[in-house]
Design a protein. Sequence first.
Lengths: 148, 191
Amino acid sequence: MKFTGNARRQSGEPTEHDAGSFPHGSERVELERALAAFRDSARAAADRPEHFWERQRLSIRDRLNSTRRSRDLETTWIWASATAFVILVLTLLVPRGETEVPDIAAGQDQELLVAIERSLNREVPKALEPASILTEELDVAASKSLKK
Amino acid sequence: MLETSLAQTALAGREEAAGLNPDNFDAIVRQNQRRIFRVLLLCLRDADAADTLTQECFLRAFKTRARFRGECSLQTWLVRIAVNLAQDHAKSRRRLFWSRLVRDENILTRGHHDPHPSPEGALLVSEAVNAIWSMVEDLSHQQRSVFVLRYAEEMALEEISAVLDLKLGSVKSHLSRALATLRRRLQGEIL
């Protein structure tokens, strides 16, 4: 378990940085041995069969695609909502075309004027017309009896 | 010399950053997933959580790839994301995870190719490894991260400093304290 130069540094074995905490002599050898054994056991503990890594990659890919799909859906929803909102605002803001309502009002006014005109031209108010007819008939009957 | 090295690292980082796109993402995952999983497993001691967070690490890297400017290597950046995820995870479920610590000696020591053929030697190494695992369990998250990155991942101190966003002096200090604790444990148990 002898290490030199960069190989020693890269291997995680004690360097001058660790020197303050590293013992010398046999204790150092024991510590180095224990750390090397720890490193090996750590790697062994994380060792998995190839199908584990393959499944993990598939899972990452699936989650990535799922994230992308949901992001696309989200984008679509945002655009759809924004478009609907703009259409609504435009519908409310843009002035509508001419309507027929004023014409109807004008027609009603015209009819009223005609009715007033007719009323003014009458000799007898419309409400008194029956009485007027009765009076005329009485007059006619009276004149006939006088002639006789 | 140092400036040249830093410039080369930055250049390599920028090239990697430029290459971090959907087309080669699968290759990046394939290249780094073992290390990321190992770091997470060592930090959390929970295989399921390590698996989930490994996936999360790559997803986060992909989502935030625009922020990666190539100041460090892609691998360092990924390990940094993994350590941060482990830290967040540990904060919420620290006790639960550590209570599930696997104490099976076979798992903890199976990877060690014992240079000592004698049963005594094997026993000593096995005890030492268990003492280290036990010590790692008791370390603070920061110290554990430093220790694991240094002695399990064999990362250089400067790289650990970049991963954990710590000053080099702090990394040395954490490492020194962890080693001192380890020495005391080993002296008490086997040395």
